[in-house]
Design a protein around this ligand. Structure first.
Ligand SMILES: [Mg+2]
Length: 331
């Protein structure tokens, strides 16, 4: 059909170039890709899907949607300490989607995969009568037994996070015009950028192998995700709210609108949260310098007081802050 590219045209025009001529991708022209792990390495696999209107806004720019889709999967590899290698992509495009949107989407993938050190090796493209649905599966390599798991935190260890927390959740509420009447344009752009295009922490994840006792990436919310770490290890976790690292933009916004502090626990950060013994502190300080990435101690792992798996967020007086079970709930 003239002017209306079919599935194979879309793949050869926009997606085959994203293989970077990876040998096992066969130019996206065979039935499956072949992945050759380096000798002795294990393969870490993760899949994350995004649905328009649920995980991104229907009018978010196509290149940002693509970058976020790849970033959330790279973030899961980071949380396992795996080095990114390749990904497959399944897209369900709404009927009538413009080729220009798909072209911009592929452009966003190209930029994000170059930054992330990963290439496309396969996938599928279908049409849907429902909202746009995008699913990406990422493959990474990790030495046997060195993957960072969730369930190995021990009492007496510290809890750390990378980067800054809360920017993305504030950015989303700015986009929805729920907050931020007094927020200036530069801060708005920074916070919205953190919502639309998170930065996966892959170099940190790899560097934490052998250093962190457990790790998770913060997608659903700081307290909720640390709850998985605590439950998995049969421990409790105490967080010092004042220690949670905020960006300058988030700090200014929370100062203007104190209620915004609740969004610090609302997720979409794609920072790493991890536990490590106090003896790891010097190595973590070195890492901060080498990676030019803040790593902040925000709390500690404690022996369970009752049923294990409790995360308490405490203010400066030691009183518990009610985060309202804040965090993203899928169902
Ligand atoms: Mg995750």
């Amino acid at each position: 059909m003239a002017g209306k590219p079919g599935e194979f045209d879309l793949i050869s025009t926009y997606f085959a170039p994203l293989t970077g001529d990876a040998p096992g991708a066969f130019g996206l022209a065979d039935d499956a890709a072949v992945i050759a792990p380096p000798a002795g390495m294990e393969v870490a696999v993760t899949t994350d899907a995004m649905v328009a209107g649920v995980h991104f806004l229907a009018d978010d720019p196509a290149d940002a949607v693509a970058a976020k889709l790849l970033a959330v999967n790279l973030s899961d590899l980071a949380a396992m300490g795996a080095e990114p290698h390749a990904y497959t992509l399944a897209t369900a495009w709404p009927r009538g989607i413009q080729p220009a949107w798909i072209e911009a989407f592929a452009g966003g993938l190209k930029a994000a995969q170059e930054a992330g050190g990963i290439v496309l090796v396969g996938g599928d493209t279908v049409a849907t009568a429902g909202p746009m649905t995008l699913s990406l599966t990422a493959f990474g390599f990790v030495p046997p037994g060195e993957a960072l798991r969730r369930g190995s935190a021990k009492p007496g260890e510290r809890v750390y996070v990378s980067g800054s927390i809360g920017d993305a959740a504030l950015g989303l509420r700015l986009l929805l015009a729920e907050i931020g009447a007094g927020c200036d344009a530069a801060d708005r752009a920074r916070l919205i950028g953190r919502y639309r295009q998170p930065t996966p922490r892959n170099a940190l994840g790899v560097a934490l192998r052998g250093l962190a006792s457990s790790a998770i990436d913060i997608s659903d919310g700081l307290a909720v995700d640390l709850g998985h770490v605590a439950a998995g290890a049969d421990v409790d976790i105490d967080i010092d709210a004042a220690a949670i690292p905020l960006s300058e933009a988030a700090r200014r916004l929370v100062a203007q609108e104190p209620d915004c502090a609740g969004y610090l626990y609302a997720g979409d950060d794609y920072e790493l949260a991890f536990t490590a013994p106090p003896s790891a502190d010097p190595a973590l300080r070195d890492l901060t310098r080498r990676l030019d990435l803040p790593i902040t101690a925000i709390g500690e792992v404690t022996a369970p007081a009752g049923a294990a798996g409790t995360v308490r967020v405490l203010d400066g007086t030691g009183a518990e802050i009610d985060t309202g079970g804040a965090g993203y709930r899928h169902f």
